[in-house]
Design a protein around this ligand. Sequence first.
Ligand SMILES: [Zn+2]
Length: 341
Amino acid sequence: MVTDDLHEVLRRGLEAVRAAVDLASLDEARARFLGRGDGELTLMRRRIGTIADPDAKRQYGLSVNEACRRLEEDVEARRAQLERERQEVAVAAEALDLTWPAPPLRRGHLHPVTRMTREIRRVFTQLGYLTLSGPEVEYDRYNFTLVNMPPGHPSRDTQDTFYIDDSRLLRTQTSPVQIRALVALGAPLRVIVPGKVFRRDNDPTHSPVFHQVEGLLVDEGVTAGDLKGTLEFFARSIFGAERAIRLRPHNFSFTEPSLELDVSCMVCEGKGCRLCKHSGWIEVLGSGMVHPDVLRNGGVDPEHYTGFAFGFGIERAAQLAYGIDDVRVLYENDVRLVGQG
Ligand SMILES: [Zn+2]
């Protein structure tokens, strides 16, 4: 019976559609049963013309068309379902899982020299000092002669200098900016000058480039007492409120009298240790009352104004304040140094 055959083909067709696992196998199943040339149901539809009895022909035609419609419906339903599943898989693959732990954030810190420079600047800004900078390529005249180190002066020998030509050099100290500041701004004046200086030492404990800060205060009636009070405030702000200080006579070319500042040892509290060479004191900076000739070289009348100056190495201050044993680690570019906070 042809109708039994039709039911059997439709049953297999529906099963093939249900079994399709993706769009490709679904298309293949559809072609097998509904394909225009040789689909099984297509071939059965062609039999309509071979049936002679009009009633039987009509009945069979309705059944075939119904079977084709039913299978076509199932194909489209299955297609929609497979499409939905494919999208769900794609969305799941692209989705962000916001509960997944994030990689740790690496936190950086300022380099100790930068940090110390900022602390020094903060201390002196509180005391009303301006922060200035000056040229790193400097005239011999400003670097030496005008700060009382004329040609042949013994202090010149202690500062192995990078000369560019007969009159220009890489500055060996920040002192030339004192002269420039006096000339440009006149008295009264309060400035600090942090910056790079250059010397031809490059042994294990010296770097050819390092940082100094120079301070200068010029006003009417300035005394060594003002200098002492200023240095005490500085030392306690940077090295701790419990620090004691002492000033020792010394000799610098551009100050008269000259004084060295010692701070009580931050490691042994004065009992004596390796850092302070068992003296209980650590030498921190050089200072003194500005030499009248230096004031004159800056265009300031030493009969009317007096002043004091001080200078020190920023690397050394950072070493003492932050407990860094070896100055060389400051320039080894080891990122762990700035990771320590
Ligand atoms: Zn000590």
